[in-house]
Design a binder for this molecule. Structure first.
Ligand SMILES: [Zn+2]
Length: 413
């Protein structure tokens, strides 16, 4: 069901482009932005329902670039496990979609599912209007050559090697209906000592994956830590490359040369919470699952300011769903961009909206402009002055997705 015609008046519009916020009005017709004005003119639509923003900020909905809706923990509901019986797990995943949308994230680009068909089913329920949740680009399980991460007992660990087997896997995933397939092109220090420097697939296999993905019209995402893993991903046209902690100058040159086609997301929030806040959950700095987090955080702080300067599209979001990093706190990632990675608040907001919309692809999304999908937030205060406002549910006065109001608080009515 699509929304009616709504006119937002007295808004302070942050349009996502990076332009300084300006006073104006926004007209939403059905599921799209139909008109935007600044203070010089008014929109005349007597048939529209008027929403008086009272001078508050109207901005595009946020995009989570590294979503794991099936990772169980959310704010107020912590699971000290990643493994649940499938029935419970799917229901928890569906609820996490609602929690994500409640938090102002109107889009989620998945970085891997713990159930092979969870996100396909969930995406279709959300798109049908049957369940609340963000726009979702659904992913496969996360694949390593020796198996998949997640629900191993149910899915088995058969993942034969070689280019033909890779092509078959990509075809199977495309047929199942995923938007994106996730591969771990390097392992990770959290899985085994020095794992970040271990490449997992041969270049021949990666080339076969990429060629078949193009044939099937699915996107590719990867976990890549080692410089050579990043280079493989860029060379073979992966859409988004996660983490990149060990990217060297050559990898940066390659990313920059393809900056109009590729996206990067560090998942800085996980590294921050692992090193600074996870101890009370039993995660010690040198314990299993946390090997090297401090090193990665330090590397990211050196690396990502360089990516910013090179104009590489770096997006916030990442790996929420651990007990110490629960879903619903995703907007913290925006704060780490400012505090740890050298971004201004405005640059971070542009990354989380305009660039996020480009990552989601397919339709104009992520800006407050005529023709764009109507995913909008009303925020009490100026996030470009204090990015932490977006973490405060009390300040998030309205969440609109696809022209429908999902959440609305006084005094925006
Ligand atoms: Zn992840």
């Amino acid at each position: 069901m699509q929304g009616t015609c709504r006119l937002f008046t007295n808004a302070r519009i942050f349009d996502g482009s990076g332009r300084a916020p300006f006073p104006g009005e926004v007209l939403v017709e059905k599921n799209r932005v139909a008109a935007v004005t600044d203070s010089a003119s008014r929109i005349n639509r007597p048939d529209a329902e008027v929403v008086d923003c009272g001078g508050r900020t109207l901005m595009p909905g946020l995009v989570e670039a590294h979503a794991h809706l099936s990772w169980p923990s959310s704010v107020g509901r912590i699971f000290n496990t990643m493994t649940l019986p499938p029935e419970e797990h799917l229901l928890v995943t569906a609820r996490n979609a609602k929690v994500t949308l409640d938090a102002g994230f109107t889009s989620a680009y998945s970085a891997g599912s713990l159930g092979p068909r969870f996100e396909i089913a969930l995406r279709d329920e959300i798109n049908g209007g049957w369940l609340p949740g963000p726009r979702l680009r659904a992913s496969s399980l996360e694949r390593l050559p020796d198996g998949a991460l997640g629900l191993k007992a149910e899915t088995g660990t058969q993942h034969p090697r070689g280019p033909d087997a890779m092509r078959a896997y990509v075809r199977d995933m495309a047929k199942a209906g995923v938007d994106s397939i996730k591969f771990l092109l390097s392992s990770d220090d959290a899985f085994k000592p020095n794992g970040s420097q271990t490449l997992t697939y041969t270049e021949e296999e990666v080339a076969a994956i990429a060629d078949e993905a193009r044939n099937c019209g699915v996107w590719l995402a990867c976990h890549a830590q080692a410089a050579d893993a990043v280079k493989l991903a860029v060379k073979h046209g992966f859409r988004i490359v996660y983490h990149c902690s060990y990217a060297d100058e050559e990898a940066l040159d390659m990313l920059e040369a393809k900056k109009d086609q590729i996206f990067v997301a560090p998942a800085i929030g996980l590294m921050y919470t692992r090193t600074s806040e996870a101890e009370s959950f039993g995660v010690t700095r040198s314990g299993p699952g946390n090997l090297g987090a401090a090193v990665h955080l330090e590397r990211m702080q050196a690396l990502y300011p360089k990516m910013r300067k090179r104009g590489i599209r770096v997006l916030p979001g990442g790996d929420y769903g651990f007990p110490y990093n629960p879903i619903g706190t995703n907007a913290r990632d925006l704060e780490w961009f400012v505090k740890l990675l050298g971004y201004t608040a405005t640059e971070t907001l542009v990354a989380a909206t305009k660039l996020g919309g480009e990552l989601m692809g397919r339709e104009p999304l992520g800006q407050v402009k005529p023709g764009y999908l109507a995913d909008l937030l009303v925020v009490d205060g100026d996030p470009a002055a204090d990015i932490r406002l977006l973490q405060d549910q009390e300040k998030l006065l309205m969440v609109m997705k696809d022209g429908n109001i999902h959440k609305r608080k006084q005094p925006v009515n």
